[in-house]
Design a protein around this ligand. Structure first.
Ligand code: SF4
Length: 453
């Protein structure tokens, strides 16, 4: 089967979160194992696969627009295979629309049949028929080939799916229930990565804090235990993870974060809203006081912790007083950064059916007011680092200005600096920089110790 694809090219388009980017790395790995090579543009590809995200409603409309743009390529080259993967492909409504209105799409696939891609592609080649059935659930497939984007940091999925059913979120419906990977499989992968020169691993899951809860109690490795195991892997110098649901952030995990020296001093802890009424309607299962208590515990154990969050404004029923509660929480906690969203209803979720949807104009007004407060805090947090020396993992030239390099602190802050003449040699190494200036989104630094680690 493999030789059939020599000299053929693939093109991937990726939307959404880190889980999708990591799925794309696996997809690329599988295609390359089949003999495909990466195309420079969609025009020269023999297979085009889209890894989609369904978290936001307008993502679906954007997908259809995008599929329309690919039609001329298929008309020009009828042999071209176009496939749609990721969360969106697992939504029945999307499947129906693609089946009916987008005949140039040959293939739908999901997270649970990534490993079948070679077979699916070859079947389409041989029969010319479309394959639009996607399994909604299945076994975790281990040892898939992965073509990683970076030579010094890597994503490692530790848990799939989500059991939480936040009322605004479609993920549990498309990604299924929580399934943890076996700890020995994860450890083996991390050891392999370390042997290949990877320094930083980011452990991924919709809710990593519930890792292991699906194992029998007697043989349970929970997320805190897993961090402890990965902390011992030689060669790995930094461990990150996301995302953490506040209701599952245990004292044991906080202790482990403080004690395991490779676990970075950064936590992304989505608050979503500061009003208890809205948190209840979102089915988040914690209150503002619970969240504040967690922040207190975290900062007591890890004083340098950088804390980031997600915030939604304009959830159905949110009144000005609820929004003020969110602003007040943001002021109280003092986040280092926040992803802010105006609520957008997602068909298939409970919140989309709720009454009292907030008018668009009101949502946008609240969003702008929130961003102003968040940005002020982010800048203040970054300014507090001025004069300090931070260890950064050098990523390479900044995407916008090639003569400037960038790297990340353990707190996950992006530092821009002028590289010494040995600049390229520093990529993937840890160096020390003195923070000269803290801006809203970045820090400006100066190299003080070029000694690589
Ligand atoms: S925890 Fe809530 S927001 Fe996160 S994936 Fe699960 S249902 Fe969605």
């Amino acid at each position: 089967m493999l030789e059939n694809c020599w000299n053929q090219k693939y093109h991937l388009e990726i939307f959404g979160c880190q889980m999708n980017f990591h799925d794309a790395e696996k997809t690329a790995g599988i295609l390359e194992k089949m003999g495909f090579t990466k195309a420079d543009t969609a025009e020269e590809a023999d297979v085009i696969l889209l890894i989609t995200c369904c978290v936001r409603e307008n993502a679906e409309n954007r997908l259809y627009g995008h599929l329309g743009n690919l039609k001329p390529l298929k008309q020009k080259n009828p042999e071209l295979i176009i496939g749609v993967g990721g969360c969106m492909a697992q939504l029945p409504s999307v499947r129906e629309k693609i089946a009916e209105y987008h005949p140039h799409i040959d293939l739908l696939f999901g997270a649970f049949n990534l490993h079948q891609l070679p077979d699916l592609i070859m079947r389409i080649r041989e029969t010319g028929s479309r394959i639009l059935e996607v399994p909604g659930d299945g076994e975790i497939q281990e040892d898939l080939p992965v073509t990683r984007e970076s030579s010094f940091r890597a994503w490692v999925t530790v848990i799939y799916g989500c059991n939480n059913f936040c009322t605004y979120c479609i993920v549990p419906y498309v990604r299924g229930r929580e399934k943890s990977r076996r700890p020995e499989k994860i450890l083996a992968e991390v050891r392999r990565l370390a042997a290949e020169g990877i320094k930083e691993v980011t452990l991924l899951g919709q809710n990593v804090n519930s890792y292991g809860l699906d194992f029998p109690a007697a043989e349970r490795t929970d997320f805190a235990d897993l961090l402890g195991l990965i902390n011992q892997v030689e060669g790995i110098t930094r461990i990150r993870f996301q995302t953490s649901h506040p209701k599952d952030l245990s004292d044991k995990l906080i202790r482990q974060m403080a004690e395991a020296e490779k676990v970075c001093e950064h936590l992304h802890l989505p608050l979503q809203a500061g009003s208890d009424k809205i948190l209840r309607m979102m089915n988040r299962k914690y209150t503002r006081d619970d969240y504040l208590r967690l922040v207190d515990k975290l900062r007591t154990r890890i004083p340098d912790l950088a804390l980031t969050t997600d915030l939604i404004v304009g959830f159905p029923g949110e009144e000005e007083a609820d929004f003020q509660d969110t602003l007040e929480m943001v002021e109280k906690v003092g986040f280092d950064a926040a992803f802010t969203f105006a609520y957008s209803p997602r068909v298939g979720t409970q919140a989309a059916k709720m009454e009292n949807q907030v008018p668009e104009e009101e949502k946008m007004d609240r969003l702008y007011r929130l961003i102003e407060v968040v940005n002020k805090q982010a800048k203040a947090a970054n300014q507090r680092l001025e004069g300090k020396v931070e260890t950064i993992l050098v990523e390479g030239p900044s995407p916008k200005r090639k003569e400037i390099f960038c790297g990340r602190t353990r707190g996950n802050k992006l530092v821009l600096f002028t590289p010494p003449s040995s600049g390229p040699d520093l990529i993937g190494t840890e160096i020390k920089v003195k923070i000269k200036k803290g801006l809203t989104y970045t820090l400006q630094g100066e190299v003080v110790d070029r000694e690589v680690f």
